[in-house]
Design a protein around this ligand. Structure first.
Ligand SMILES: [Zn+2]
Length: 267
């Protein structure tokens, strides 16, 4: 059932290595059945908190979609500068931005923007909603992509504060962007064409995308985050195998070899 979907999932803390927050529950593929992700759209915008958030599963789907000719762009709320406990933020931030740009190129994404919020301290507030509404009006997506914003990754885990804040702000900002009476000082007019938000690796996944042909591009895109991965270790020591295992566990939910799961919300 959908509520169980992706509970096998991914429990990493891509914004910060501090606090020993890496967890990964074992796959539970039985009794999972998801719908196939609709693909009757042309423009997508990924909005996530940190460099590498999209690369832990969703990027394989992005590679599929860009290969179909869809236009997908990324907005990063922070630069992930507080993500490595042994390295100074002023060094890490620019390095992780460049790794994100390279990661995006691998999956066919050319435009990457960084909003400059402080890593680890993102709040779901009016300022964030305004900036995200501005991004949505600027890029005019039909679909907004992000990652799990639920409280946990399933089981005894706790999701990162930035992921929770950004995900909820994304949902509000889609509605804000469509309202011509809100944020009237933004440079672009209201945009009401974003009809769907899709959160990768959610504990409440509803849909899945066949990534059998693009999983290796997804792996390559994750491996672009070399600085971060070198300082990670633990469950993430073999990032490629982690992605392949999770995609293989999700594939049967829609009857394919490899898949990426998403929770679709229609704000
Ligand atoms: Zn993250």
């Amino acid at each position: 059932m959908a509520a169980q979907a992706a509970r096998w999932g991914l429990a990493w803390c891509s914004g910060s290595l501090l606090g020993g927050m890496l967890h990964r529950a074992p796959p539970k593929v039985s009794a999972m059945e998801l719908e196939v992700f609709p693909e009757d759209w042309e423009r997508g915008l990924a909005i996530v908190a940190h460099p590498d958030d999209m690369e832990y599963g969703a990027a394989s789907a992005v590679a599929r979609w860009t290969s179909q000719g869809k236009d997908i762009q990324y907005v990063l709320v922070t630069s992930g500068e507080a993500g490595i406990s042994t390295m100074a933020p002023e060094v890490v931030g620019p390095a992780r931005e460049e790794e994100q740009r390279e990661s995006c190129r691998v999956v066919g994404v050319e435009t990457v923007e960084f909003l400059g919020y402080r890593d680890g301290l993102v709040e779901h507030n009016i300022a964030l909603r305004r900036d995200l509404a501005g991004a949505i009006r600027r890029h005019t997506p039909e679909v907004v992509l992000s990652i799990n914003h639920r409280d946990s990754w399933g089981g005894p885990s706790w999701n990162h504060a930035d992921h929770r804040a950004v995900g909820r702000a994304v949902l509000d900002a889609i509605r804000d962007a469509a309202n011509p009476w809100l944020f009237t000082d933004l440079d672009h007019p209201a945009w009401d064409g974003a009809h769907m938000a899709a959160f990768g690796s959610s504990t409440s996944a509803t849909h899945a995308v066949d990534v059998t042909d693009t999983i290796e591009l997804g792996v390559e895109s994750l491996l672009c985050h070399d600085l971060y991965l070198r300082n990670l270790g633990g469950d993430m020591a073999n990032a490629g195998q982690f992605l392949r295992d999770n995609a293989a566990a999700t594939g049967p939910t829609i009857g394919v070899a490899m898949a990426a799961s998403f929770e679709i919300v229609r704000p």
